[in-house]
Design a protein around this ligand. Sequence first.
Ligand SMILES: Cc1cc2nc3c(=O)[nH]c(=O)nc-3n(C[C@H](O)[C@H](O)[C@H](O)COP(=O)(O)OP(=O)(O)OC[C@H]3O[C@@H](n4cnc5c(N)ncnc54)[C@H](O)[C@@H]3O)c2cc1C
Length: 355
Amino acid sequence: MTTASGDTRSRVLRVVEVREETEEAKSLVFAIPERDRELFSYRPGQFVTIRIPSDRTGSVARCHSISSCPAEERLSVTVKRVDGGYGSNWLCDNVTAGTSLEVLPPSGAFTPRSLDGDFLLIGAGSGITPLLSITKAVLRCGTGKVTLFYANRDEKSVIFRDELRELAVGHRERLTVLHWLESLQGMPHRTRLAPLLAPHVGAETYLCGPQPFMEQVRQALAEHGAADDVHVEKFTSLSGDPFTERSPTPAPASVPDSEAAGRAVSVIVGGEEHEIHWSPGSVLLDALLDEGVDVPFSCFDGECGTCRAELVQGKVRMGRAEGLTEDEVEKGAILACVTEAPDDSDPTRIVVRFP
Ligand SMILES: Cc1cc2nc3c(=O)[nH]c(=O)nc-3n(C[C@H](O)[C@H](O)[C@H](O)COP(=O)(O)OP(=O)(O)OC[C@H]3O[C@@H](n4cnc5c(N)ncnc54)[C@H](O)[C@@H]3O)c2cc1C
C-alpha cells in the first residue's frame, strides 16, 4: 500500500486490537503482514515512529516504544496521555481496531546486546514500555535475572499491573518487581532510592521515565559509583518530520574550494570499516547515506538517539543532541544526524564507530 507521506521506508499498518491498560494508557496492537515481517523485526527496547494526522500541520510524528517482545506474534506499542499533548491524546481518542496508521520501522539503541546477563530495569510511568519488552525478552529468550523497579503516582496508574504480576509469579527465581507508589511512599528521592537499588548494582542497567525521576535515580546510582554505564531512553516529542523525504545537505556556500573537497572519515559499522567522504558543514548521517553506508536513523533532528555512535578519534562539531545525556556526550557519544565535520585544518584522522 502506498503511504500518504510518500516515505519509502514507512508502511501502513492495521491496528487489530486496542487494550485499555489504565485510565490514561492504551496499547495499540498491530498486525504485521508477512511481506513486512523482516522490515518490522525488532530488538526489545526499540521503538517505532507513528505518523499522526493533524488538520493544523498535515501530520506530526511521534515515537512509541514497543511493549511486545520479539518472541510475540504481534507488535504492540503503549501510549500514555500527556496533559495537553496532541499526539498521545489523538492516538488514545481516535484509534480503534481496524484503524490504519503509517509507521516507520523499529529503531533505537536502548536494547541489550545479549539477553543472558543480569538486568536492573528502572522506570516510571510510561517509561515501563521498553522495560517490559526487555523483561519479557530476557525471561523468554535469555538466561539472566531481572530486577524491575517501577514508580507510579498511585495504584491505578500502574501500567501492565496484571501482566507484571503474572510474569513475577511465573518466574519467581528470575524476576523481582519492586513497585514504588508516590501515594503511599512519597516522591522517589535519591536518598531513599540509593539503599533500595544498592543490592542490584553491577547488573546491566536501563532507565526510562520523566526527567526529574531519572535525575534522582542517576544520583542514587552515583552514590554506589554505578551511574556511568546506565542506558537511558528519553521520551521527547519530535519537532521535525522524519516521514518527509530528505535531500542531502549541500555544503555551505561560504566553504572555500579547498575545504569543499571535504575530508576522509573512517566509519566502523557492525565491525566493518568504511572510508567515506565528508564535506565540511554537512552532517555525518547525510555523508553516510550518500555513500550507501547502512546505519540506523529516524528523526534527523538529534532527538530520538537512533543514529548514536562513538567518536573513537578526532574532533567533530555536534549540534543540539537531545537524545544524549551530558555524561554520554562527555564519554564520546555522538548523534550522526547533528554532527558536522570540523571545518578547521585539524589534520587528526576521524574515526567513528556505530554499535
Ligand atoms: C524513543 C522514544 C520512545 C517513546 N516511547 C513512548 C512510549 O512508549 N509511550 C508513550 O506514551 N510515550 C512515548 N514517547 C513519548 C511520545 O513520543 C510523545 O513525546 C508523548 O506521547 C507526548 O506527545 P504529545 O504529542 O501528546 O505531546 P506534546 O508533544 O507535548 O504535544 C504538544 C505539541 O503538539 C503540538 N500540537 C498541538 N495541537 C496540534 C495539532 N492540531 N496539530 C499539530 N501539532 C499540534 C503543539 O504545538 C505542541 O508542540 C517516546 C518518545 C521517544 C523519543
